[in-house]
Design a protein around this ligand. Structure first.
Ligand code: CP
Length: 504
């Protein structure tokens, strides 16, 4: 087995092949064997003079400390922040600037957790050093999936094919079920069974994706039904922090028949995994289960150290380091989200009401969105003209202004209120450009934030448009965009997520 992890970003489990998963599991198993043999510090000089920066915008016990432990046992150091209190994030510093500072601070690798989906791809774009995703919103937690795979790999004696895995708790709002099931999908004969409240159940898009990869996905009526048919039962915590408007009481009610208690593990051979923490109020695992042979989640947590130690060793265990130049790659300032439209001669610069000689027409706004867009742009206070219009000849409202170039922040503010606006640039009485401004539709994607200045970028994933950051599919719904224009746009996109080249 061979795989190259040297200086590689770890953003999504989908970036790993079967061979790479097996390779990193085997590397983790060697760390586990070393520990069992009493050789914890056998590699104590491997990462001497290397430093890990941890940037945790959200709480963590295991992920942060196990990376630190891995670094310490390999002779490296770690530094960073856990929670934004006491950092300049409190002074509105962006992710871009904070990540850049960690590069300027002569770190060798960043491990980051952030509440926004896609924030880790953005951090990887910004950083000139490798970045590891410690959890981005409800998107991904790839090293959790890899440590889960390592746990199973060791407990099953090096076998990952033919596994039967049950999922319970919250399959919908967490990132671990998504990442682990996608990792499992690389292997042969995988069956996933689940039993959960509808609201917390397996997301339809994930079930479809898994089925397309040849995974058998079955929903059972009860936890005991699942438990009877699996090798591992993977319980998860209801992610209340990602369920606006839902109370703990609501969740306790939903979890009633799905909590793991003694009656659900006794008489079965399934080993119980959990990424942890367990929520002590909901108690999705009764504490008495902790003392049964089913319990394997504390060993699983220690496998987190073996996996992360192996990963860091593979990534950084070589001579040399990345020098910092102080320059930023141009791509960080430019999106690829402007779908160019054909300019038809007849309506040049006119648009039904007073013509403008130089400026911009913001067209095809949503019905009822005019006032909100007008207020968000605040053009008159900024010293520009602003004519808003709803006229009987046109079903959608529009705005004309003598502001020539709307900033990216202006465009994003418009698209957040009214998706897919058409922007017409008027110069010397002629329309010189006409484009539709596309913005990822995932409400929690970092590319939708205004102040982070993340340029919206998409890629062509085999004919489907996907957001570069959160990787959600994007569907163009603009009623005026022609098939030819859509195809031309698709053709202009990269075919995959290409690495941003950083000046040395
Ligand atoms: N499993 C996990 O990610 O735990 P922490 O939130 O404590 O890092």
């Amino acid at each position: 087995m061979s795989a190259d992890f040297r200086d590689r970003d770890v953003i999504s489990i989908t970036d790993f092949s079967r061979e790479e998963i097996l390779y990193i599991c085997e590397a983790g198993r060697k760390m586990y064997e070393m520990e069992r043999a009493g050789k914890r510090n056998a590699l104590r000089d491997a990462l001497k003079h290397r430093t890990l920066s941890y940037m945790f915008y959200e709480p963590s016990t295991r992920t942060r400390t196990s990376f630190n432990t891995g670094m310490r046992e390999l002779g490296g150091r770690y530094d960073g922040f856990s929670g934004t209190e006491g950092t300049s994030v409190m002074k509105n510093e962006t992710v871009r600037d904070t990540v850049t500072m960690m590069c300027a601070n002569h770190n060798d690798v960043i491990v980051m957790r952030h509440p926004l989906d896609g924030s880790l791809q953005w951090a990887a774009d910004v950083a000139n050093i490798p970045v590891i995703n410690g959890g981005d919103g409800k998107n991904e937690h790839p090293t959790q999936a890899l440590l889960d795979m390592l746990t199973i790999y060791v407990l099953k004696g090096g076998k990952l094919d033919g596994l039967r895995v049950g999922f319970g708790g919250d399959l919908s709002h967490g990132r671990t079920v998504r990442s682990l099931s996608l990792a499992l999908s690389h292997f042969e004969g995988i069956t996933i069974r689940w039993a959960a409240e509808d609201f917390l159940g397996m997301p339809a898009d994930l079930a479809k994706l898994l089925a397309a990869q040849g995974v058998r996905v079955e929903r059972d009526r009860s936890v005991r039904d699942v438990m009877a048919q699996v090798d591992f039962y993977y319980m998860t915590r209801p992610q209340l922090e990602r369920m606006p408007g839902v109370t703990q009481k609501d969740i306790v009610g939903m979890m009633k028949q799905y909590r793991i208690d003694l009656g659900k593990v006794e008489g079965f051979d399934a080993r119980l995994l959990h990424p942890l923490p367990v929520n002590s109020e909901i108690a999705e695992i009764d504490y008495r289960v902790y003392f049964t042979p089913a319990q394997a989640f504390f060993a699983q947590a220690e496998f987190g150290i073996f996996h992360r130690k192996a990963l860091l060793h593979e990534m950084l265990g070589h001579e040399g380091y990345r020098r910092y130049s102080g320059e930023l790659p141009a791509e960080l300032g430019v999106g690829n989200n402007r779908l160019q439209r054909k300019i038809h001669g007849a309506k040049q610069s006119g648009m039904f009401i007073d013509k403008i000689h130089d400026g911009t027409v913001i067209d095809h706004l949503g019905v009822g969105a005019l006032r909100a867009v007008d207020e968000a742009l605040d053009l008159e206070t900024r010293g520009y003209s602003c004519t808003t219009a709803v006229i009987s000849e046109k079903p959608t409202p529009f705005i004309k202004t003598n502001l020539r170039d709307l900033s990216e922040r202006d465009l994003k503010r418009i698209a957040l209120i009214s998706p897919e606006p058409t922007i017409d640039s008027i110069r010397d009485g002629r329309m010189t450009e006409k484009f539709v401004y596309l913005l990822c539709a995932n409400g929690n994607c970092i590319s939708r934030t205004v102040n982070e200045d993340v340029p919206p970028r998409f890629y062509d994933d085999g004919g489907a448009i996907r957001c570069r950051y959160c990787r959600r599919p994007y569907t163009i719904t603009h009623r005026k965009v022609t098939e030819e224009e859509r195809r031309a746009y698709l053709g202009s996109l990269p075919k995959k997520i290409e690495t941003v080249a950083y000046p040395d």
